[in-house]
Design a protein around this ligand. Structure first.
Ligand code: FMN
Length: 405
């Protein structure tokens, strides 16, 4: 595999010599791009000898080869280890003032980053915000570990061990293309039902789980239409850059219904992960409602159409329909029972149920779900929303195979 290893100016740069060596001895074609500051820790000669390729930090060397674009384009995987606080900030901002920065912007390969720094720098809100930005963009963060740091102190900030980084990095390269040829329609985010020109009935869905499902399906080869209602900042960043994801933005239930009907007409798999309002306001005011106009306010709510049930009723032959249900169940058993009931009621093939409450479910990076089919619970998954997304797609494929038998 063509792998670019970015090395930035932290003391852990010496450990990346071992990391590069592990990759080279495993048979990979490794190209090292250090920052200028990284060369203060480990010199050019070492990187060239260990990677067996010429090494430069600058976009102005080998200009005829357009290295700043070529390396990024050719890369099948990019690893940045160690990643300093400074380089994380530069990556989050998209700065491209050296060869590593330009390569990171030019690549569409998975990017794996191993931060290393003192605990205070790691805990700083600026660093944490940069990490969140990178994660939202689909960058994989490995570590840092908790342990001894330079200077004798100890805490979170130590670069993950090279073996760990290599294993994590090789795991993110899409080896699977088990959804190639499938067209998948996914909805995500929360709908907003207008009350008046400035107010709405909404919900706390961040859109993260649906976006993760769309991305996972695209990474596994599917052509994806992602119908996105309102989502948190940057949730769609990674999907919007994916060559196999087409994003359609919607706001209220009626728009979501139309967009999903259009997408489903072409789709082999329909996954309804959006949080759809069950109610809308009966009469939407054309003018902003004012306190002075009235003595209190009673809004009449009417039920919105059941989009999932509609899609299930109109399903094309061979089409698989997956619905999500966020439930405020007290126990696992109650969640299971509700999931089984709801799947049957909606007439969908699979129902993915997760527990939500004031403090769980929405907006979190992790999720825990049950997947039920007519056979009962066929999968349980927990962890990062991307891992849960892959488990849902695995369950979907298993259910399709089962139906064909
Ligand atoms: C001895 C020494 C060790 C350093 N270790 C780290 C480190 O582990 N993490 C970090 O974020 N910065 C570290 N720094 C500070 C960075 O080198 C500095 O922020 C530099 O500008 C990073 O440049 P780069 O991100 O372009 O490589 C260290 C500096 C020195 C002098």
């Amino acid at each position: 595999m063509f792998i670019v290893v970015g090395v930035t100016g932290g003391i852990a740069a010496y450990k990346s010599v071992h990391l590069v060596r592990l990759l080279v001895t495993a048979g990979h074609d490794v190209h090292v791009i250090p920052t200028q500051d990284a060369l203060r820790f480990v010199g050019l000669t070492t990187w060239e000898a260990i990677s067996r390729h010429p090494v430069t930090t600058s976009v102005h060397d080998d200009v005829a080869e357009v290295r700043h674009v070529a390396l990024g384009r050719r890369a099948e995987l990019v690893i940045v280890a160690p990643a300093t606080a400074n380089s994380l900030a530069k990556m989050a901002a998209g700065l491209a003032d050296d060869l590593l920065g330009t390569t990171l912007l030019a690549t569409s390969a998975p990017v794996v980053v191993a931060p290393a720094m003192h605990s205070e720098m790691w805990a700083h809100p600026a660093t944490q915000a940069n990490i969140a930005t990178l994660r939202d963009r689909g960058v994989h963060i490995v570590g840092p570990a908790d342990g001894p740091l330079t200077g004798g102190d100890s805490g979170p900030g130590r670069m993950a061990e090279p073996e760990h980084i290599v294993a994590a990095a090789l795991a993110v390269v899409p080896e699977r293309d088990d959804l190639t040829g499938l067209r998948v329609a996914v909805s995500t985010g929360g709908t907003r039902e207008p009350i008046d020109p400035v107010r709405f009935l909404g919900n706390r869905s961040s859109g993260r789980q649906g976006a993760a499902v769309a991305l996972a399906a695209a990474d596994r080869g599917a052509a994806v239409t992602l119908v996105a209602a309102h989502v948190d900042d940057r949730v769609l960043d990674a999907a919007s850059r994916h060559p196999r994801v087409d994003i359609v933005r919607v706001s209220d239930v009626a728009q979501l219904q139309r967009a999903m009907a259009d997408a489903a007409a072409e789709a082999d798999v329909v996954i309804m992960a959006a949080a759809v309002s069950d109610f809308r306001v009966g009469t939407v005011s054309d003018e902003k409602l004012h306190k002075a106009d009235r003595d209190g306010l009673v809004l009449e709510l009417v039920e919105t159409p059941d989009i999932v049930a509609g899609l299930a009723a109109a399903r094309r032959p061979g089409q698989t329909i997956v619905a999500f249900a966020a439930e405020t169940a007290d126990t696992d058993e109650a969640l299971r029972r509700r999931a089984l009931d709801k799947r049957a009621r909606k007439g969908v093939d699979l129902l993915v149920a997760n527990r939500v409450g004031w403090h769980e479910g929405f907006g979190a990076a992790d999720n825990a779900v049950l997947v039920v089919s007519a056979r009962g619970v066929i999968a349980e998954a927990s962890g990062a929303k991307r891992e849960v997304a892959d488990a849902i797609l695995d369950a979907m494929l298993a259910a399709q195979a089962d139906a064909e038998r």
